[in-house]
Design a protein around this ligand. Sequence first.
Ligand SMILES: Cc1ncc(COP(=O)(O)O)c(C=O)c1O
Length: 379
Amino acid sequence: MSERNLATLETPALLLDEARMQNNIDHMRGRMQALGVSFRPHVKTNKSIDVSRRLMDTSEGPITVSTLREADYFASHGVKDILYAVCIAPNKLAHVSRLLQDGVQLSLILDSMEAAQMLADAAPNMDRSLDVLIEIDSDGHRSGLVPDAPELTEIACFLDASGINVKGVLTHAGGSYDCRSVEAIRAMAEQERLAAVTAANRLRAAGLACPVVSVGSTPTALFAEHLEGVTEVRAGVFVFFDLVMAGLNVCRTDDIAISVLGTVIGHQAAKGWTIIDAGWMAMSRDRGTSGQVTDQGYGLVCDREGRPLEGFILVGANQEHGIIAHRSADPSISPQLAVGDQVRILPNHACSTAAQYAEYNVLNKSNQVVAVWPRFNGW
Ligand SMILES: Cc1ncc(COP(=O)(O)O)c(C=O)c1O
């Protein structure tokens, strides 16, 4: 690698604090062990084999992905056990077929008879038998069948009769992101668990083995009191954490492992603004903290070494310009930064900020760039 250090890095650039990341991983793995479940990390946050190798049980997985492109990328690095956790659509079956041919143990999800019918029609032309989980809606957040939906057993029995392997059920309590207290997250974790276990028991009562009961979001994985009946947990954003997670009290700002390095390019002194070269293309448009108790604008401002500059946030973002100001909007309070000074911005949402970059600049505890890890984007 050619020499890189923070002072000479061209900005905006994505930084990854390796020690914080490892700490987050160790903490989550400890939770999984204590809860007695296996771990199928969601790799959509990191989209990097270098990060995911630290997450996986073995070099072959298991992992969860949100796109088939992710499945391709991780398969090309030797990962075999992959769950594609977005309901399957007909125009993706040729791609699924290629992955199966390449020896990937790919599992799919669905929540409708139409999709089940489509898979049944496609199954005879596939090289290998298809593995499917049925998506359960545990919180009214987005897709899935409610656990007591009559269609649940109808779909499962239809798949089974069509020679498709019904591996089990899956749910994701994305509603945990809207919880307003740790107690509410705990209750959401129990709601998520109960929905999945109830659905699995219905499938078993209908004569299906249903070996997999898969749940997980970062908040519920970290606050579940027990996971009786659950076999695996999927969590992803915990690897880096972000301001949304900190706002939920799921982590501290000190746990956030990624940040954007930006450089001061000017001032509007009368307004109390410091302008940097990191706007919404650098941070993403995500404003996930806007509905939380503390709105962090487009990100929380830290000095180059990562220490928060108390009270300063990115109050505005144009495509390539970010505006730093005090959260009080008092123009007389300035962070005292000169043109050329660097700052680090902690992101609202790790997945969307990381998605703006092709690589991680990996930092050691002395803030030296010790590695550059590629990541990929797109579909
Ligand atoms: C189906 C599914 N499983 C697991 C996760 C991981 O959740 P989190 O990013 O909160 O860890 C997600 C995230 O969106 C998801 O969509």
